[in-house]
Design a protein around this ligand. Structure first.
Ligand code: ADP
Length: 266
């Protein structure tokens, strides 16, 4: 009898071990599939702008002399736009890698929010030149303990998305407001908004909403980087849709634990 129980136990343990191995093998196979799909997607996303840059340059080389100024300018603009797009793409990939590796150590610097917004607006000026961009700050915004570069990157990603997804000529508003226990920063646009079911998922790595005029999106890392950076600094980020018109609002909330007291700031 004991033998039978011992045998059964041994068989069960062996089965569990095998099941674990099979499970691991399946997980490995799935991971391998994901890795390969990811590489394909990244290669494709880099290839499209590269093809466009190469096309513009070779056209300028072969026929440049026959083109007028406006035509040459158009080709140069295409090459510049696509180069900037690739630059953003690679930047987001690198940021995501840093986050994944757990290698991100946000600095604790005393920052003025208006200065970070100003700097983010400078970096996105060309992309947003056909939008109406405005800023609004509530009185008595506190100085904050943040990592200037990370916070600037978060705002740049949100502004770039507003520029990509909201039609030219529409308004993009950045506002910062002081509340009792937090400061909130909002980026509002007048674009298509986000389907309610996707409001949470848009912050997941590689999540994208496909179709329509969203074709020229990146690979779905911009918002994942935003969430990773904001979390690392001790804040919170979320998205909602506008009620009164179409468009989305991205809100970053920074708790009062990040406020620098006037005495410290002095
Ligand atoms: P992507 O590189 O695709 O822009 P993001 O992580 O920045 O990746 O955004 C994820 C998805 O969320 C996008 O594919 C887009 O569909 C949607 N999205 C992000 N920002 C906006 C916005 N301001 N308006 C509408 N949709 C947006």
């Amino acid at each position: 009898m004991l033998d039978t129980i011992a045998d059964l136990a041994a068989i069960t343990i062996e089965r569990i071990r095998l099941a674990k191995q099979i499970d691991q093998a399946r997980m490995l196979a799935e991971t391998e599939q994901l890795r390969s799909a990811l590489l394909t997607s990244i290669s494709h996303d880099l290839r499209t702008p590269l093809a466009s840059i190469m096309g513009s340059i070779s056209s300028l080389r072969s026929y440049g002399a026959m083109y007028d100024d406006a035509q040459r300018e158009e080709l140069l603009t295409t090459a510049q736009d696509e180069t900037e797009r690739m630059h953003r793409f690679v930047g987001n990939l690198l940021d995501m890698t840093r986050l994944d590796a757990g290698a991100l150590q946000p600095k604790r610097e005393t920052c003025e929010l208006q200065e970070i917004v100003g700097s983010a607006l400078q970096r996105t000026a060309r992309l947003l030149e056909r939008h109406q961009v405005s800023t609004a700050y509530s009185h008595e915004l506190p100085m904050l303990t943040l990592d200037f570069v990370l916070m600037e990157q978060v705002l740049v990603n949100l502004l770039e998305n507003a520029g990509k997804y909201a039609p030219e000529g529409t308004r993009i508003e950045i506002s910062a407001q002081r509340h009792r226990y937090a400061v909130s920063i909002e980026v509002r646009d007048e674009g298509p908004g986000i389907p309610e079911a996707d409001l949470q998922r848009i912050f997941d790595p590689f999540f994208r909403i496909r179709g329509g005029d969203r074709q020229r999106a990146g690979i779905g890392l911009g918002l994942a980087v935003c969430r990773g950076f904001v979390d690392a600094m001790g804040g919170r980020i979320r998205a909602r849709n506008r009620r009164e018109r179409s468009g989305s609002i991205f809100e970053i909330e920074l708790p009062s634990s990040l406020f620098v007291s006037p005495a410290e700031a002095a």
